[in-house]
Design a protein around this ligand. Structure first.
Ligand code: C2O
Ligand code: CU
Ligand code: CU
Length: 430
């Protein structure tokens, strides 16, 4: 923390080698290490500055996924950091407590840079999250769970896409926080898992083999109004969920990803990964567990627009070839929105394969899924939403600026192969 109260972080992007399995070194990239990056953490109202050095031998960028900030601090493809160069964005945290993340966003090479290992969590806290009786001892009863699928080709991480895999790269095993076959010893009755799908293409449906219910307490951009009991939570690439699981003394329970019945036709389930299942993270409970306070029944008010004051609507047709028939062009602004207004965006996927939709700078509300009210898991603050084939969603978004007619924010499919191939557009706030 500097004299004026600014919280300063240092990140160095670097190439190195990681020993995922004993005796086998794999070339990887990381922030301040050889794979993934440190968890950054700041409070609402705080000024933050991140001093980044790109120690790689190619240009990249660092994007703050889910963060509300000025477009020039966003870290998208327009804020490229040259090889050997530096970048020091700063902004004031002005949004509720949430599990956000950061990752590179260089034009056309995002999938590759993320796959090599560049990603980390960025947690936000606020007065409410400090006060609520939720598990909150980081690394003890509040665990970051960064999930990625990988495939090894000898000692190398193989990023190649299979012939029939039109969603992008799909691995044959998963890692949590860069660890294969991960387990975690826990000693509290209630364990909070901050799940981040940091995979480039794979969608997961998390749950437990005994189908125990858990409490979903947060989505991408922060806490729900109240905990919702679920047995599965589905996350497409880039999405987050915070869940709280009740443990019994001495048990071992596996967080798994299950096949998904809403993933599309048989072809998509088979070749797009919807039929797959994985053991993701084993929780090993101690013989005696510390009692945890009951979860609050009310978590608080949502700070997302309800769309009642929307001044206009826009339509986004998701296709593999581009959004609204256009492939990403760095020099073209696709949409211009007015600062301080609310809009309703309709997003449709009729493209025969799964996509998702991510919007920079905002946390939106899902108003409708195929004309019906959204399921409980889609009622919290969202910045990324899974849009399977045959889905039309209505989203309410509020743009609070600051205005910058010259620097666009992005919206895109977060299946990174699709994004890199042009499923992305640009909007400015004026
Ligand atoms: Cu997580 Cu535009 O990205
Ligand atoms: Cu983003
Ligand atoms: Cu897509």
């Amino acid at each position: 923390v500097e004299k004026d109260g600014t919280r300063v972080f240092d990140l160095r992007m670097q190439a190195g080698e990681t020993e995922f399995e004993a005796g086998r070194k794999t070339p990887t990239w990381g922030f301040n290490g050889t794979y993934l990056g440190p968890t950054l953490r700041a409070e609402r109202g705080e000024k933050v500055r991140v001093r980044i050095r790109n120690g790689l031998d190619e240009a990249s960028s660092v994007h703050w996924h889910g963060m509300h900030l000025p477009a020039e601090m966003d870290g998208g493809p327009h804020q490229e950091i040259a090889a050997g160069g530096t970048w020091s964005p700063q902004w004031t945290v002005d949004q509720p407590a949430a599990t956000l993340w950061y990752h590179p966003h260089p034009h056309g090479a995002t999938e590759d840079h993320v796959q090599r290992g560049l990603a980390g969590m960025f947690l936000l806290d606020d007065e409410r999250s400090a006060r609520l009786a939720l598990p909150k001892r980081y690394g003890v009863d509040d665990l970051p769970v960064v999930v990625q699928d990988v495939r090894f080709d000898g000692a190398r991480l193989d990023g190649g896409r299979g012939f029939l895999q039109n969603v992008g790269f799909l691995g044959d095993r998963t890692m949590v926080n860069g660890t294969l076959r991960p387990y975690r010893e826990v000693a509290d009755e209630l364990i909070r898992l901050r799940l981040l799908n940091a995979s480039t293409a794979r969608t997961y449906a998390f749950g437990f083999p005994d189908d125990r219910s858990f409490s979903l307490v947060g989505t991408d951009g922060g806490l729900l109004e109240r905990p919702v009991s679920q047995t599965r939570v589905q996350l497409s690439p880039g999405e987050r969920a915070e869940i709280v699981v009740r443990m019994r003394a001495d048990e071992r329970v596996m967080l798994r990803s299950f096949p998904q019945d809403n993933y599309g036709d048989g072809w998509q389930r088979r070749f797009g990964g919807g039929d797959d299942s994985f053991d993701v993270l084993e929780l090993r409970a101690a013989g005696r567990l510390r009692p945890s306070p009951d979860l609050p029944t009310v978590l608080g008010k949502l700070e997302i627009p309800d769309g009642a004051d929307a001044v206009r609507g826009r339509f986004f047709e998701l296709r593999r070839s581009g959004i609204n028939g256009r492939s990403m062009d760095m020099g073209r602004v696709d949409e211009t929105v007015t600062r301080g207004t609310t809009e309703v965006w309709t997003v449709r996927n009729d493209n025969g394969m799964p996509h998702n939709f991510h919007v920079h700078d905002v946390q939106f509300r899902v108003l409708e899924v195929n004309g019906a009210a959204p399921p409980p898991a889609l009622r919290g603050p969202k910045d990324t939403v899974f849009v399977p084939h045959g889905t039309t969603m209505k989203l309410a978004l509020r743009f609070t600026g600051p205005a910058d007619p010259d620097t666009p924010y992005m919206y895109h499919c977060h299946l990174l192969y699709h994004e890199d191939e042009g499923m992305m557009g640009q909007f400015v706030v004026v």
